[in-house]
Design a binder for this molecule. Sequence first.
Ligand code: HEM
Length: 355
Amino acid sequence: MRACLRDRRLGRNFRQVGSEAEFAAAEPLDPRRQAFWDTERWSLLWLEPPEHTRIRKLVAAAFTPRSVEALREPSHELAREHLPGGDFDLLRDYAQPYSIAVICRLLGVPTDRARDLLDWSHAMVKMYELDTSDAQAEAATRAAAEFREYVLALAEERRREPQDDLVTRLVEAQVDGRHLSEPEIVSTIIVLLNAGHEATVNTLGNGVLALLRHRRQWERLLAGEVEPAAAVEESIRWDPPLQLFERWVLEDGVELAGRPVPRGAKVALLFGAANRDPRVFDDPDGFDVGRGNAAEHIGFGGGIHVCIGAPLARIELEAALRALVERAPGLALAGEPRRNRAFVIWGLESLEVTV
Ligand code: HEM
């Protein structure tokens, strides 16, 4: 898996090297969904070099380790503020509002639009699934158009009146004398929000469910025997929130695991399976928060598309789990959790708990 992620003969996109006719499995982009594809056009996730290299440098210049580190303390505060008492749905009442609040803080947008951001993000990520319905595609397209308008207005505001936030830094970032264009800013902010929010929320849902079903592991956290940060890594390894990413074979002569794979083929990379590789992890199906090498999981990907938000995700998830450990030691399941009906973005629909 790691070798595939690093292999430059495999790409997220093929349009820089060939036509749709040559890449037989490619479905032509549906023109009715143009507004959606416009917002994806400059998303890091879909770009390949040299465009990817340029945009990633600009995003990295704005999304610096220092700006992420500055969110550590606010994340702890926000986690404590958002943690409800009594019975609650861990996803709807804690993980989602908390994660949106952290992202609003990062982007520098007021939380009064948090509901819209959440709805847009939910609607848009349905496009990444394998069985998106027409109604979902239409909702995603509407959401994309609204999200775009919102981002353009926000970027314009920050251009006029700069603040200490990510949107301002993206507007101002320069590499080789070039700024991000408006469509590039729109795609970048949208991917940061959508990629970041959904994966983080589902990690928390999947991880807390695993902890509550393996009570001994939860108790190790309560006893201080294992740090929440380590439990976050094991959660991402054991039940990752993103299960599938695809790559196109861009060249002739590619062999994967000893098998020839022709140019134009599409390869599915299954992250959940790779994270249970017995060559890397002892007792790979066991959930063990004290596992020494859990952080060797592939959950954040690898190669040029490696998750740019991983340092933020780690800070955010550690703070959320720590708040639960410190403030809700009696946490227990209060009902049967419901899985969402998606595969790529893997998580729960609801996780009813009681403190
Ligand atoms: C536990 C949480 C997260 C997980 C498991 C995760 C996982 C991933 C993975 C596997 C990729 C690579 C996709 C590929 O190879 O095709 C990726 C890329 C990306 N992630 Fe994350 N992510 C998480 C959180 C975040 C956060 C918090 C942000 C931003 C605020 C973020 C932003 C991105 C972006 C922008 C990319 C595209 C990078 C590129 O293509 O150059 N992610 N993520």
